[in-house]
Design a protein around this ligand. Sequence first.
Ligand code: ADP
Ligand code: MG
Length: 261
Amino acid sequence: MAKIFCVANQKGGVGKTTTTVNLAAGLAQAGQRVLMIDLDPQGNATMGSGVDKRQLELTVYDVLLESATIEEARVTSQKLVDAGCSYDVLGANRELAGAEVELVDVERREKRLRQAIQEVASQYDFVLIDCPPSLSMLTLNGLCCAHGVIVPMQCEYFALEGLTDLVNTIKQVHANLNKELAIIGLLRVMFDPRITLQLQVSEQLKQHFGDKVFNTVIPRNVRLAEAPSYGVPGVVFDPASKGAQAFVTFAAEMVERIKVM
Ligand code: ADP
Ligand code: MG
């Protein structure tokens, strides 16, 4: 049965999508069966996985509205197949922005995705969900499905502040909607060891959160930022780059983590 993880942080631009697609590629490269779900109407994780969001006939939106199953809506990118690290993609595009309103009067609306994933969970080792930069109904749908939340964060002064809201939301979801949910870990991303403040915040994180901080640190690396314009994760775009290698290491850390879950 798949272990399901949300990549969440209500801040934008902190590296959620980069983490999701590169972890997916790293896991696939390691022989894991992966489904990547894009829950952000921006569709960046979809595009960054080599899938054109404008050409999609079915997306996660149709799954949330129960007009399609995941089996019907998932796709794969030939680019990733050719690179030997293919994962399935349940894509998103602008249509998804409407789901929030359309599901307003629906019962158990926060559990729609959970139900849909259950039908395919036996086909995967990992399901990774890229959340939008908000604590909206879409993120709630993600959190309701997940065993764990991966929180990418930059080691900056305000990083800890935003964390409080996310931790509280996760506690509420845990108490009311999904008993299995836990923060699996904080992932330090875009890390630059030359900046003293980043080293300090990194130390603070370890003091506060202990082994909830992943061992792997993702460095700031321009190849990771360039990869999306080629429609592939950095792990595929430039496997020798420091950023790609860090995500391969992180994938190995996740494979170890789920053994004890
Ligand atoms: P989010 O999904 O949280 O909004 P993204 O993953 O889209 O964040 O990242 C925001 C921007 O930072 C993107 O332009 C991305 O390419 C860039 N970026 C993410 N991680 C790194 C990194 N480790 N090194 C350099 N650039 C990065
Ligand atoms: Mg994103």
